[in-house]
Design a protein around this ligand. Structure first.
Ligand code: PMP
Length: 441
């Protein structure tokens, strides 16, 4: 039955399919870090819906809460009317924010996707400041809707779209390994900050006073590129000095993923807004903008969206936050992430096609390179991408789901659940090592 189900879906679904093209099975069940196909074969899921399932597949406590909610007779959708589910969710969410900031926070519930909340944030800050330009970063990813795509740094995602939101200005993200400007290790945090400050203050740069700066603390789709805490603090100082609202996109990094509740927590800064989605819905679609109340300029109805009140997502999200607290999964993500990072560094020492190992918490990337070429040699990128894809396919065939990404598609990415076990990490590393060995033979 699996093969005919697969074929039926494949022949009717859009050409934008990704995974489904390289994994010709039907995934039926999930439990913890594993998923199972219709033939009962087990795969370790080190992708978790791009980091969405923080507590793994079907965590019993999350399942139990969803079942209890469904049986309770509570409403499922009520636009933005107050409900007990919303009250409980908001209470838990605010507990997760750094404390002085939480007391000033306002929350806009948005539609189901991260891109939805990015659009809301753009609209809010354009309204609040009366300005129209926006600052984004090379290599950034913020989603596929028109405004979010305009902020996405890599051209490949938007090359074929004729018109996008105008007035977006891109700044250099501190990515020294394969610097897109060919600067290699010279694109340090200080150089990036110096450039940004100059570009935003020099009247000759032609950048109008921006409505917002939107940034990821660790670029995820962009190839797992962590910015260091000093860079983020520097960015906060510059934006505060120049009165530019700082919007941090925590869609992928939020909810414990990087070993702190939010990635910006590590820098101890206060942003003007954060955008949250993925893990916050406990596996159900939800997105939010949390922002400083001084920007709360919206009048009733100024922002809307039918599914901004998905009650199951609120119940599941509350359960997920409870599990993360009760099982101390943020600290676990930090410790297990260090272990995973160490194991990946061992592989890098063994296989020269791993050029760089980067990550924080349970968000890791391996940059695949041609060891005989300079890391920033443009010509080697297509071959590196092919190699990354070949490794990904080998891992899939051998029972490990991961993702490739990055500006050139040459970064293998891992986003296991926060409650992944050390044994599962070892198992995944063994499968990856086997794929690397086969590729190097
Ligand atoms: N921002 C970041 C940092 C993301 O990683 C993503 C999705 N990968 C998005 C925004 C967009 O979220 P969605 O796919 O739910 O629209």
């Amino acid at each position: 039955p699996g093969a005919s189900m697969y074929e039926f879906v494949r022949s009717h679904e859009s050409g934008a399919r990704t995974y489904a093209n390289s994994i010709d099975v039907v995934i039926e069940r999930g439990e913890g870090t594993a998923v199972f196909d219709t033939a009962g074969r087990r795969y370790l899921d080190f992708l978790m819906c791009a980091g969405t399932l923080a507590t793994g597949h079907n965590h019993p406590a999350v399942l139990e809460r969803i079942q209890r909610f469904l049986q309770s007779g509570h409403v499922m959708q009520v636009l933005d009317i107050t409900t007990p589910a919303k009250h409980d969710f908001l209470t838990r969410l605010l507990e997760c924010l750094p404390s002085p900031w939480a007391s000033r926070a306002r929350v806009q519930f948005c539609g189901p996707t991260g891109a939805d909340a990015i659009e809301a944030a753009l609209k809010l800050f354009k309204t609040a400041t009366g300005r129209r330009s926006v600052i984004a970063f090379h290599g950034a990813y913020h989603g596929m809707t028109a405004g979010a795509l305009a902020l996405t740094g890599n051209l490949s995602a938007k090359r074929h779209v004729a018109s996008l939101m105008p007035d977006v200005y891109f700044m250099p993200f501190p990515y020294a390994y394969r610097c897109p400007f060919g600067l290699g290790g010279k694109l340090t945090s200080q150089v990036s900050l110096a450039y940004i400050e100059r570009a935003l203050t020099d009247p000759e740069s032609g950048i109008p006073h921006p409505a917002a700066m939107v940034v990821e603390v660790i670029q995820g789709e962009g190839g797992v590129i962590p910015a260091n805490v000093d860079w983020l603090r520097g960015l906060r100082q510059i934006t505060a000095r120049l009165d530019i609202p700082l919007v941090i996109d925590e869609v992928q990094t939020g909810i414990g993923r990087t070993g702190t509740m939010f990635a910006f927590d590590a820098a101890g800064i206060e942003p003007d807004a954060i955008v949250i989605s993925k893990a916050i819905g406990g596996g159900f679609p939800m997105s939010l903008v949390v922002y400083d109340k001084k920007y709360d300029v919206w009048q009733s109805g100024a922002h809307a969206g039918t599914f901004r009140g998905n009650q199951i997502a609120m119940a599941a999200g509350t359960a997920c936050l409870d599990v993360i607290r009760d099982e101390q999964l943020v600290t676990a993500a930090q410790a297990k992430g260090e272990y995973l990072g160490g194991r990946l560094a061992e592989l890098a020492a063994q296989y020269s096609i791993i050029g760089d190992v980067r990550g924080r918490g349970l968000m890791w990337g391996l940059e695949i390179v041609d060891p005989t070429a300079r890391p920033d040699a443009i010509g080697s990128h297509p071959a590196n991408r092919e190699m990354a894809l070949a490794l990904k396919h080998r891992c899939l065939r051998n029972g490990l789901i991961l993702e490739n990404g990055g500006r050139y598609g040459a970064v293998l990415r891992m986003l296991p659940p926060l409650n992944v076990s050390l044994d599962e990490i070892d198992e995944a590393v063994t499968i990856l090592a086997q794929a690397l060995k086969e590729a190097s033979d």
